[in-house]
Structure formats: structure tokens, C-alpha cells
Design a protein around this ligand. Structure first.
Ligand code: IWH
Length: 324
């Protein structure tokens, strides 16, 4: 007969596993009702033995009480913005700037190509695999502490799914509100005579700036990771794509459209392919992000003043104003 603590730990492990299958891999193996039953079984055990409750338990996503204000966080590694291009010629000029600085021909230079989600950039810090702090990008140097709100986002694990987590790992990504959640939110707001949001990006920003995490929790936000900041006590893979796969294997959600493109032609093909998919992705994007995949080359190429020389945001032409 397993001890009470073993029952609790076993339930937590099971719930984390199913959260990962459902929210990160989109391949649930049990019905929602079964997940709900297990969740309430854990809740009951913890309520009758509060001394066993830990912050990383799946039941601890919503903080106790609302905050009165947000404190500031200084980013140990600045969160920089990207330079933009708006047409093939400008993109080719970006590639030329890279070619001029690399000895070999960049015909077969590999790029990691990603959709550029239109949400809010955030930094999420895990210490020994546990989510300890989350912050907005802010001005790139300093952001707001939104830890309590980020903990309510269902596809963000409170604990990394690995037996030997890094001492410290900072995950960087975009928090966004899918179209369906946005439409439901505005419909509810209209019905309650409350203000509606102009677009999903504003709705996501407004939902993260809530002082009460219970409000944030109802907003169905999601994270897609796009990079790593601080990494201590771990040897990271030496390409950007492999780093994203590594994050994904530990339960961090990564966008499924991300692809490796060998050479410029494939990159431009990716850009047009995402542009075609754009109307039915189910979330807002405003272009693509194209990064030199090899980390050593990224470091060799460095940054121009504030933006990296090794990455570019290739944006779409401004969408005709959405008619609501
Ligand atoms: C009542 C209820 C419980 C859970 C969920 C969503 N969900 C499902 C699973 C699952 N099936 O493995 C895992 C985590 C999770 O968050 C919904 C929508 C409704």
C-alpha cells in the first residue's frame, strides 16, 4: 500500500504527463473527464493534508490573492528586438550582410524558420526544473514580474519533464491568445456590457496585466517558446532548432510550423507557405522569423547595435484592417 506522499507524487506525475500530451503534443490519451477525476483526487488528498502541498503541484496554478501592483525585473540577458524586412530584396540584402562576414559561401547556409506570433514576448525562469519567475520583455532591459499570471497558463509546465533539469534555464517565447479564445472573450464582454478588445494581441496584453490571476486563468492564453536566455548547469545543443526540440522534450510548447531550410530558395518558399497558411492557423502572426541555425555562426555574426545580425523578421504587408 503506497504511502500518502507516494500517492500524491504519483498523481502529480500522471497529471503532468497528461497535461504535456494534451497541451504540448496535442495528443491526449485520456478523456477530459478522466483527467478531471484525477485532478480532483489530488486536490482532495492535498486539502486533507495541506502540509504536503508544494508550489509545483498541478493544483497550484492559480495564486491565492490578487497583487496590488507588479514589481520590476531586470533581465540578466537583455531581450533584444529583431530588424525587419518587407520584401525579397531587403531579405537578400540581409543575407548579403551575413555572406560578407562568413568565409564560406552561404549557398547552403541553414536557417531555422519560424512563424512570428503576434503576442507578447516573455521570459520564464526555471530553477532545478521548477517555474520560479516570469517577466514581460518590457523595454528589453527591464520587464514586469507576471509570475502569478503565467502560472495559470495551461500549456506552460510548472515543472520541467526531465529527471535531470538544468540548475537554471530561462525560456523565452511569445504568449498569445488564439482566435477562438479571442472571439469567446469579446462575445462574453459584449454580453456583460464590458469593453471588448480590438485584437488578440491587445487581449493577451490585457490578460497578462491583470492583478488577479483568477482573471488571467479564464483567458485561455498560450505560450510558444522561441529561444533560451540564461542556461546554467547544462550543455546546450549547438543549433537553434535542436535547442527548440530539447525544450519541447521537457514539456515546453514550441510552434509546430517551425522548419529547417537549407539555402535561400527554401527560406523564401517557407515564407510564402506560411503566408498562404496564415488565414487558417487559428492565431495571429505578422510574418516569419528567419535565424541562422548554427549557434557558433550566430555568435560570430553578433549584433548590430541592438538587433542581432544573424536573424531577421520578414514581415507580411500590413493586413487590410480587419472588418469586425
Ligand atoms: C474538465 C476538463 C478537464 C481537462 C480539460 C483539458 N485537459 C485535458 C487533458 C486530457 N484529456 O488529457 C489534460 C489536461 C487538460 O487541461 C478540459 C478541457 C476539461
Amino acid at each position: 500500500q503506497p504511502s500518502l506522499q507516494q500517492q500524491i507524487e504519483e498523481l502529480r506525475k500522471t497529471l503532468r504527463h497528461h497535461e504535456y500530451l494534451y497541451h504540448v503534443l496535442d495528443t491526449p490519451e485520456i478523456p477530459d473527464s478522466e483527467y478531471d477525476r484525477l485532478f480532483h483526487q489530488l486536490k482532495a488528498l492535498e486539502n486533507s493534508h495541506p502540509e504536503f502541498i508544494t508550489a509545483d503541484s498541478p493544483t497550484q496554478r492559480v495564486g491565492a490573492k490578487p497583487l496590488t501592483s507588479f514589481s520590476q525585473i531586470k533581465h540578466e540577458i537583455p531581450m533584444l528586438s529583431l530588424d525587419n524586412v518587407f520584401n525579397d530584396d531587403e531579405f537578400m540584402a540581409f543575407v548579403k550582410r551575413i555572406q560578407d562576414r562568413l568565409p564560406f559561401s552561404t549557398e547552403n547556409l541553414t536557417f531555422c524558420c519560424e512563424p512570428k506570433l503576434d503576442g507578447l514576448a516573455v521570459s520564464i525562469l526555471y530553477e532545478n526544473g521548477k517555474l520560479v519567475r516570469a517577466a514581460t520583455r518590457g523595454d528589453g532591459q527591464t520587464g514586469e514580474d507576471i509570475t502569478a499570471n503565467v502560472r495559470t497558463i495551461r500549456n506552460i509546465p510548472l515543472q520541467l519533464l526531465t529527471d535531470n533539469p538544468p540548475a537554471r534555464l530561462e525560456v523565452r517565447g511569445e504568449i498569445f491568445m488564439p482566435h477562438q479564445a479571442f472571439e469567446n472573450l469579446n462575445e462574453m464582454a459584449l454580453a456583460k456590457g464590458e469593453k471588448t478588445f480590438a485584437n488578440p494581441r491587445n487581449a493577451a496584453a490585457g490578460s497578462l496585466r491583470q492583478l488577479d490571476p483568477k482573471v488571467t486563468r479564464q483567458r485561455h492564453l498560450m505560450l510558444n517558446a522561441y529561444g533560451i536566455g540564461i542556461a546554467e548547469g547544462v550543455l546546450l545543443p549547438d543549433t537553434h532548432y535542436d535547442r527548440l526540440q530539447w525544450l519541447h522534450s521537457m514539456g515546453i510548447p514550441v510552434n509546430k510550423e517551425i522548419e529547417l531550410c537549407g539555402g535561400i530558395e527554401q527560406v523564401l518558399k517557407f515564407y510564402r507557405n506560411i503566408q498562404e497558411k496564415r488565414p487558417h492557423l487559428g492565431y495571429d502572426i505578422d510574418g516569419t522569423v528567419l535565424k541562422v541555425n548554427d549557434i557558433a555562426l550566430q555568435e560570430k555574426l553578433g549584433f548590430i547595435s541592438k538587433a542581432p545580425r544573424w536573424a531577421i523578421a520578414y514581415k507580411f504587408p500590413a493586413q487590410e484592417e480587419l472588418t469586425v
